[in-house]
Each structure stands twice: as C-alpha cells, then as structure tokens.
Design a protein around this ligand. Sequence first.
Ligand SMILES: [Fe+2]
Ligand SMILES: [Fe+2]
Length: 169
Amino acid sequence: MEASAPSKGIFDSAHLEEREHVVELLCKAYWMEIETVMSYMAASVNLDGVRAQEIKESLDEDIDEELGHAKQFAQRIKELYGVVPGSEGFSAEQSFLQPPDEQTDIVHVIRGVIKAETGAIEHYTRLIEETESVDPVTQDMTIAILRDEQGHRRLFEGFLREYEVEGVV
Ligand SMILES: [Fe+2]
Ligand SMILES: [Fe+2]
C-alpha cells in the first residue's frame, strides 16, 4: 500500500477553492480596517470640546492598531497567494461614522465606533468559524485581532454608559 503524501493544508491543490474563499474574507477584513482608519482619523481630528479630548486621544491610539490589523490581513492575503486589492476596489460602508453636523456631538461618534467595532467582530467571528480546521494560521491571527476589537468596543461602551448615566442621551 502506498503512503499518501503529507497534507499541505490550506496550500494543498485540493483546497484551492477554500483558499480563494479565505482570501476573499481577508480582503473584506482588510477594507474594513482601512475604512476604520479613515473614519477614526477624521473623528480624532474633527471633534471639538473639553469632553472630546479623551475620545480623540483614544481614537488616535486606535488608528495605529487598526492600521496594524490592515497590514496583518494584507500580509496573510499575500501568503495565501492572493493579491492585496488596489484603491479602486474600495467601497465605503460606514455611513454611520460620517462627521456629525455638530463637531461637539461626541455621542454620534461613540455610537459610530461601537457599530464599526461590532461589524468587525461579526466578520472576524465568521472568519474564525470558516477557517476552523481549514487554515489554523489565519484563524490564530484573526483570534488575536478579534480580541483587540472586543477591547475597543468595550472601551467605547463604557464611554457611552457615562453619557447615558448623565442623561445626555
Ligand atoms: Fe481592527
Ligand atoms: Fe477596532
């Protein structure tokens, strides 16, 4: 009896379809991070007022983290023989994170951030589920990123809570 060749996992030619699917999911994740960088950058600069400072600083820190996530997703796309998409492939989805009418409207931004983080959490949870026993390396990377997003969301839920307690919203 001939021994079968060792499995190459996600790189196995028999798993081409799965690999292409993972690349698709990674491209969506990549665009989500890029759009989040754009939205957080705008909000971290636009907001006005004494109380906005904490939010601005927090968003400013997040920009670097989200950019780091985008880089990781891009690198993984490459490793899976995909191509990181060019800017023409981008289409915006964060309608809820456009600048508010009043730049002192902190609650609008906090709610937008929670929504963006929730969207990321949902997509990354799907990525983790769909890479289960298919591509453990992508899964492992995404689990670490998911934890960051859960932390971001929790932080902004805390900010929102403060405004709710005060009856501002
Ligand atoms: Fe992120
Ligand atoms: Fe995040």
